[in-house]
Write a protein that binds this ligand. Structure first.
Ligand code: SAM
Length: 269
């Protein structure tokens, strides 16, 4: 069968790892599981025996029908030929349920997939995700404020989910071996917007503006995004250093700044 390197096809061949990935989901006997990129079925095969309901989305036009044929006798398994980035996950999750997600992700679209998962998770439709990605990206997702890897991806991840770094695999765990190490993360969706007193859409936009240019201070990034210097001077909370970069601030501090700026703007309008 043709392999399509452009689709990030590095198939998992480490037996222990594929079981460890499914084990990290816990008991899925009563759950709907969505698999991203089942490929040749290394993880799918185990999920199919454990999940109440498995929906696997595969873009490759040869792999998807081959899997559909292979799993046809298992009525709890549904293989859909589809681009995960175009999929309407809300339509796939049965009403009133929150699904689990699993995937050895195609690395070329990892960030886009994660953003999609965070948005779906924030809407209450996902419970947890066990996902494998390039080690460097996983380090960014899990980084804490002030360390080199902390940035927009970390902040977005951590306002939406608890992040656990589970294990890392060498290139030899895959066929063909990729050029990078791979890390499995578990994301437990638990959006913090209400707790931090911010609205999700507005705060998402504020984070993007705050992290727009890594070399700029937060204040300069916000000015570039259209905040007036006079508002920033008048409304900046004393607890947030004026020359801080977004990369050094906790989510609590970012939320305090956002609340102060939006409240102040409302009052002055
Ligand atoms: N799950 C398999 C495994 O662990 O061996 C395959 C993992 S491989 C790293 C990524 C898989 O995602 C490939 O099967 C690839 O065809 C599929 N894929 C790539 N882009 C996709 C997309 N946009 N939507 C759905 N699947 C995609």
């Amino acid at each position: 069968m043709k392999r399509r390197p452009k689709l990030g096809q590095n198939f998992l061949v480490d037996d222990r790892a594929r079981y460890a990935i499914v084990d990290a989901l816990g008991d899925i006997s009563q759950r709907t599981v969505i698999e991203i990129g089942p490929g040749r079925g290394a993880i799918t095969e185990i999920l199919a025996t454990r999940a109440r309901n498995l929906i696997a989305l595969e873009l490759d036009r040869d792999l998807a029908p081959a899997l559909a044929q292979r799993f046809a006798p298992q009525s709890n398994v549904q293989i859909i030929e589809m681009d995960i980035l175009k999929a309407d996950l809300t339509a796939l999750v049965p009403a009133g349920e929150a699904a689990d997600v699993v995937g050895n992700l195609p690395y070329y679209i990892t960030s886009d997939i994660l953003l999609k998962l965070f948005h779906t998770g924030a809407a209450g439709l996902l419970s947890r995700a066990v996902v494998m990605m390039q080690r460097e990206v996983a380090e960014r997702v899990a980084a804490t404020p002030g360390v080199r890897d902390y940035g927009l991806l970390s902040a977005t991840a951590q306002i939406n989910a608890r992040v656990d770094n589970l294990f890392t695999l060498p290139p030899s765990a895959f066929s063909p071996p990729p050029e990078v190490y791979s890390t499995v993360l578990r994301l437990t969706f638990a959006p913090r917007f209400a707790e931090l007193g911010v609205d999700a859409a507005g705060f998402d936009r504020f984070l993007k503006q705050s992290f727009a240019q890594k070399r700029k201070t937060l204040e300069n990034n916000l000015r570039a995004a259209g905040y007036a210097s006079s508002d920033l001077a008048a409304l900046w909370p004393a607890s947030v250093p004026s020359q801080a970069r977004a990369e050094s601030l906790s989510l609590e501090a970012m939320a305090e700044l956002y609340r102060s700026l939006t409240q102040g703007r409302k009052t002055s309008n």
